[in-house]
Design a protein around this ligand. Structure first.
Ligand code: GLN
Length: 238
């Protein structure tokens, strides 16, 4: 068995160790004897979604998002088709905002893919700090680090989690991120997956099921270290 991961625009969207999410996907597959290939698509490259099982989009500054938005226009139809056909996507922060309709910065409006029915608007202060959520995708608290100026309104979408500590989508709704089909969009950097292995395995399960047409039981791993790292943030008094 094998999964192929497409890393979209690592030359532009690469904040706060987001690349670690890809390493986490690969390691947790390899530890179970499942092959993993990572294809980095640099800005301007043609993306062949038919070959991909997981797509990852990381965070970026407003300037980088503005550049990426031009490239996204060219792949919108095939990306939409991939998502509607249950393709797995993890999109973090700037990447998450770009799945929506737009991100209005203090200077201009950056058009998104309009795949998610969400909008983001720049405001001050930046929402920065450790964040803890309850998520339907994990029996443990989901922890991460957020740093964004954008305030995101997710309309009637299902959130990725409910904020226990931190700011989340906009600092007021108590919601964080979005779950849509097999897409998880979130503001959580850290990177997200190493400290939240259940989320990683959830996405791997979705990708394996889509590719092989049946539920594939992932062998349990020793997550003692991962869970310790998670607990430190979940229980930290700030
Ligand atoms: N530039 C966006 C914002 O500030 C996204 C930042 C990020 O990806 N960390 O809201």
């Amino acid at each position: 068995m094998k999964l192929t991961i497409g890393h979209l625009y690592p030359d532009l969207l690469n904040l706060y160790g987001d690349r670690g999410n890809i390493q986490c996907f690969c390691k947790r597959l390899q530890w179970r004897g499942i092959d993993c290939e990572v294809i980095p698509y640099l800005s301007g490259d043609t993306v062949d979604f038919d070959t991909l099982d997981i797509v990852f989009l990381g965070g970026g500054s407003d300037r980088e998002q503005e550049i990426v938005c031009q490239y996204l226009k060219n792949i919108r139809e095939s990306f939409l088709n991939y998502i509607e056909n249950d393709g797995v996507v993890l999109a973090v922060c700037g990447g998450y905002q770009l799945l929506g309709k737009y991100y209005q910065t203090d200077k201009k409006k950056i058009e998104g893919l309009s795949i998610l029915d969400i909008t983001s608007e720049w405001d001050q202060p930046r929402l920065i700090g450790n964040i803890v959520l309850n998520s339907p995708l994990s029996s443990r608290s989901v922890v991460g680090f957020e740093n964004h100026a954008g305030r995101t309104n997710i309309g009637s979408h299902m959130p990725f989690g409910t904020v226990v500590r931190g700011h989340g989508n906009n600092g007021t709704s108590s919601q964080e991120g979005v779950i849509y089909k097999n897409v998880v969009g979130t503001y959580l950097h850290g990177p997200l997956l190493p400290k939240n292995p259940e989320i990683c395995d959830y996405l791997l399960n979705c990708a394996l099921k889509r590719k092989y047409g049946e539920e594939i039981e992932l062998a349990p791993l020793d997550d003692t270290l991962e869970n310790k790292a998670n607990k430190v943030i979940a229980e930290r008094q700030e």
